[in-house]
Ligand binder design. Structure first.
Ligand code: ZN
Length: 297
């Protein structure tokens, strides 16, 4: 059996490649954090949307009306400390700029800003939804600039979660299998994907998901690259799966359609030279790079 070795260093993957030093050792020191906040710059969020002004994330000095918001430490850029602040309210707060949904924001922001905003979104979103101890129900308290919560009642510690998701492209010779998810935008075909379940290896999850969604058996599996995907807290693990035969049968529930594409078709479609209803993933998605790197390899 052939094994597909296409691997990339994912520095240029959207939401990856952050330039920030997370200062893991220092951020546990409250005095150090307080000093950093004095001269810190803050990225405001409202309802999970970063503030964007003139195509960049907005980084602003502290404002006293943010006192009640969830504030997390993002890291150091050189000697400059960056934080994110979640601004409450039913209406968007007045600001120079616009609170943009994270996905559209990723299309307009430069890579550095997308990485910083993605980290901030994943962290803030976790704090918004994890204010109480799952052991005893007591309200928990933030520590380490946002990388830990502790329960004052039972002393349990809670850490921001990252959920691993396998995303895989079955390939056979010069062809790859792409699927149209039932909840995808019309015409979009992409790699297959699913959450890794407790007790599964990455490879087992790849095989299970492909069996469930497309009833296709695969042999060797190889790792391609990973991507943080803050919707809300996934880590996408890109893989290739060596299909054992061309037969497949979609489940009709999660996957509504699937088809084989040749390398030449993938290249032409990614280049935008095919005019029909079918669309392939956009470059901010790891699925785009899975397909491109294989088709151009
Ligand atoms: Zn507790």
């Amino acid at each position: 059996l052939s094994i597909i070795f296409v691997r990339r260093d994912a520095q240029d993957m959207a939401f990856g490649g952050s330039p920030l030093d997370r200062a893991s050792a220092q951020r546990a020191d409250p005095a150090w954090l307080a000093a950093q906040m004095q001269a810190g710059l803050f990225l405001p969020f409202w309802q999970n949307r970063p503030l964007v002004a003139e195509g960049r994330i907005a980084l602003l000095p502290w404002r006293s009306d943010w006192e009640d918001g969830i504030c997390v430490f993002l890291g150091l850029e050189g000697s400059q400390a960056l934080f994110a602040i979640d601004v409450a309210g039913e209406e968007p707060p007045t600001a120079d700029g616009e609170f943009l949904e994270m996905r559209p924001a990723a299309f307009v922001l430069p890579a550095r800003d997308t990485a910083i905003a993605g980290q901030a979104k994943a962290l803030i979103d976790w704090h918004r939804r994890h204010g109480f101890c799952p052991h005893c129900g007591t309200a928990t308290v933030m520590r380490d600039g946002g990388y830990r919560r502790v329960c004052p009642h039972c002393a349990a510690e809670h850490f921001p979660r990252t959920d691993p998701v396998v995303i895989m492209l079955p390939v056979l010779g010069e062809e790859c299998l792409v699927g149209h998810g039932a909840r995808f935008p019309e015409g979009l075909f992409s790699a297959f994907a699913g959450f890794i379940e407790p007790g599964e290896t990455m490879e087992e999850a790849v095989r299970r998901e492909l069996r469930e969604e497309a009833n296709i058996e695969v042999g060797a599996i190889s790792y391609h690259a990973s991507q943080p995907w803050p919707f809300p807290s996934s880590l996408m693990l890109g893989c290739y799966a060596q299909a054992l035969r061309r037969d497949f049968r979609i489940d009709g529930v999660e996957i509504a359609d699937a088809r084989w594409l040749t390398k030449a078709e993938v290249r032409a479609r990614l280049a935008g030279t095919v005019e029909d209803e079918m669309k392939l993933p956009v470059p901010i998605a790891i699925a785009h790079h899975l397909m491109r790197d294989w088709a151009e390899g």
